[in-house]
Design a protein around this ligand. Sequence first.
Ligand code: BES
Ligand code: ZN
Ligand code: ZN
Length: 499
Amino acid sequence: MQINFAAVSAVKTGVWVVAAAEGVGLLPAAAKADRAAGGALSRAMPTSQFTGKSGQILEVLAPAGVAASRILVVGLGKSEDFRRCGAETAAATAVGKLKGTAETEVTFEIDTPRGGKAKGAQLAAHLAMGIALKSYLFNQYRTKDLAEHESKLAKATVLTQDVAAARKAWARLEPVAASVALARDLVNEPPNVLSPIEFARRVKGLTKLGLKVDVLGEAEMRKLGMGALLGVGQGSERESQLVVMRWDGARKKDAQPVAFVGKGVCFDSGGLSLKPAASMMGMKGDMGGAAAVVGTMRTLAARRAKVNAVGVIGLVENMPDGKAQRPDDVVTSMSGQTIEVLNTDAEGRLVLADALWYAQSKFKPRFVIDLATLTGAIMIALGQEHAGLFSNDDKLSERLTEAGKKVGEPVWRMPLGSAYDKLLRSKIADMKNIGNQYAGSITAAQFLQRFVQEKTPWVHLDIAGVAWQDNEQKPLIPSWSTGWGVRLLDELVAEHYEG
Ligand code: BES
Ligand code: ZN
Ligand code: ZN
């Protein structure tokens, strides 16, 4: 999709998108469109029960008196609630409506309602963001019925007063949209294609943006003592990989980096603790944490963020074969702590134990945030609306909570405590890798905390509920995978850690 900005003009080709707000009705551009179309919009509103609520859309086809092939009126919701998320949703709703039509061109003329927060160049840029996120497609494996799945829409123009300022604001956001698309691609990719080695190869491709990428294979990880991560991959025909990305953008070259760590289980069969068939479907997406880390690092590099950042992802395939790890095995992690593996399906924490330890020992980061599709239990607690946040640091938690609200990737803080930690006591080793039947997301987080070094501010995001969507489609997400986390971490860095 080609996205442009232009000054307000009367020339309209293709689709004309205007807006209404709840309790206000048609905004100025919409009122202008209504007049041009002989009052067709205002007549259609009551019969369509269109009131300008967020998510609502009114469509008038082939209106007489205007050049546009159709007019769409999008609802912005209540004026005072109108923020950048609302702008993104409104634009995405219009793009979604045009899917499956023959329209090739669309022009957005959206006013800020009185009291609304998103305005001017920022409004234009966030409309573009909504357009870009909603135009994402993943069709490489289709050979038939392409017309049904492709979009004819090729060009979107956002009308704005200050074109130069809008272009500048979009130059800051466009890399984020492209990186969300990369994260989505990685999660959508089938597991026969996306092995740990192929995943690592794709990350290496990002060096052209200025990222430094190192890949460690099994021999190097063995030397480092990463018995926890290697145990997970040992039942797979495919070699495990640890990918280390660095972006050195801080003004002070030796500034302490921020660190992101991702669970990259390219396929989670459960291992010998094999998952039942229905639960195994979708487990190609068990590398969603790693995808978010890659997307974030790509964003920081592409927008030349003034920060030093490292991304570490543990890439493995969890498979059952004659060499596979057994329930009852004891492994030694890079930290020196031993783990009794009682369930080989609780593998993400084993991968993260070594990836977290490596990131902290090697880079001494100012904080570490890990992302993982770690537990089914987090979906029982929070559904697909919030990611679970676990942390030893109130400030970092609050910053992430705020960032999440801003970008529309909300997180919800969950508790930690020694009573939960006790559930990890093992009969023969330093810990076991599962708790009891309760509080599964918390005991998983307690396990990870045992691999957080003293004084490192740490956040664990359990993204099992948000990395992909099962049924209902969220407004900005047209595919199974969501690309969750990229916008959140970009916002966190931009707001607090650059300079
Ligand atoms: N990858 C799964 C968690 C998961 C489940 C993600 C459903 C997305 C959707 C993880 O490796 C796992 O299997 N966790 C187990 C832990 C249990 C064995 C302690 C779980 O959640 O059941
Ligand atoms: Zn598992
Ligand atoms: Zn898993």
